[in-house]
Design a protein around this ligand. Structure first.
Ligand code: PAJ
Length: 298
């Protein structure tokens, strides 16, 4: 028996009437064992685990959407298809016990943790490709990434059959692409977005923050400051905004910029001057760790 198995579970949330709670989240590791929806609503939070405050907020919103009698489902699957060759797939954190405990504390009904072998049989040959929004920003820097994301999310939707699914605005492009996939492939699933959850110094919570050493972690706070400064400048020219953000980020000696761009928040295409619903998006390396963040303009 592991030490974490012995820890008493303290619940932070009120128990829901009409639902039997033995302090356990139902954990399902095989597709065939996924229970049919029993409740009025099933709300899914897809994740890759190493759960943090950002995920916690998604799960809280999922509970709100599901209602007291609905089901909240969290999936944890480190999806090999969305990592580029030579990327951090192998070293991506997988704290299984802590994640189970996390879900238990947040009153999650079902934790779905499929294996790679089951999700991707050896001769898998059907994938989901979004052809427009995926060609810019993250898609340009990480070819094949959104094909992996769309494919796995479509599979999770089919396996778990949720009525709604919750995504974070930290991954703004991912959210836009999932919305497009749901529209274009006619999934009957509502997509809800949750604003970015941040650490005290403004750094967006991310499972990858764990890779940062102390100095990188300290300097990474520059991202939020740069986004805010660029936004607060009130400039209309995208070039001026990008220059301001780049300058601010360069103030952190360990930062290595991948991209800084101002785009239309719907089409994700670069724009020259800020209009309602524009987005400033950045991707920056600190050491080997690549972080992304964004802010809506004006
Ligand atoms: P993961 O990085 O684990 O993120 C799971 C969900 O949490 C995503 O919707 C993401 O946008 C959201 N999230 C992460 N950090 C957040 C933060 N600081 N504030 C608010 N939301 C945050 O994104 C993925 O996994 C994968 O690509 C996935 C969609 C699961 C497909 O494999």
């Amino acid at each position: 028996m592991r030490k974490s198995d012995l820890r008493p579970v303290k619940f932070q949330f009120a128990r829901r009437p009409g639902v039997v709670h033995d302090g356990q989240v139902q954990i399902v590791d095989a597709i065939v064992n996924v229970p049919r929806q029993r409740a009025r609503a099933r709300v899914l939070v897809p994740t890759m685990g190493a759960l943090h405050k950002g995920h916690e907020e998604l799960i809280r919103v999922a509970r709100e959407r599901a209602g007291r009698d609905g089901e909240v489902v969290v999936s944890i699957f480190v999806n090999p298809l969305q990592f580029e060759p030579g990327g951090d797939y192998e070293r991506y954190p997988r704290p299984e016990r802590e994640d189970e405990e996390f879900c238990r504390k947040l009153d999650v009904d079902l934790l779905f943790r499929p294996s790679v072998a089951e999700m991707y049989p050896e001769n898998s040959s059907v994938f989901v490709d979004e052809a427009l929004l995926s060609s810019v920003l993250e898609g340009k820097s990480r070819p094949g990434h959104f094909r992996g994301v769309c494919t796995v999310v479509a599979k999770l939707f089919n396996i778990l059959q949720p009525n709604a699914a919750i995504f974070g605005q930290k991954d703004f492009q991912q959210l836009a692409i999932i919305r497009r996939m749901v529209r274009d492939l006619n999934f009957k699933i509502d997509i809800a977005a949750v604003p970015t959850v941040r650490e005290e110094d403004g750094l967006a919570c991310s499972s990858r923050n764990a890779y940062l050493n102390a100095e990188e972690r300290k300097q990474a706070a520059v991202l939020r400051k740069a986004l805010r400064a660029a936004k607060d400048s009130g400039k209309k020219s995208a070039k001026e905004i990008v220059d301001l953000a780049r300058q601010a980020i360069s103030g952190a000696p360990l930062a290595r910029i991948d991209y800084v761009d101002v785009v239309d928040a719907e089409s994700l295409q670069s724009i020259e001057s800020v209009k309602p619903n524009s987005l400033l998006a950045v991707a920056v390396y600190f050491g080997k760790t690549r972080l992304i963040d964004n802010i809506l303009l004006p």
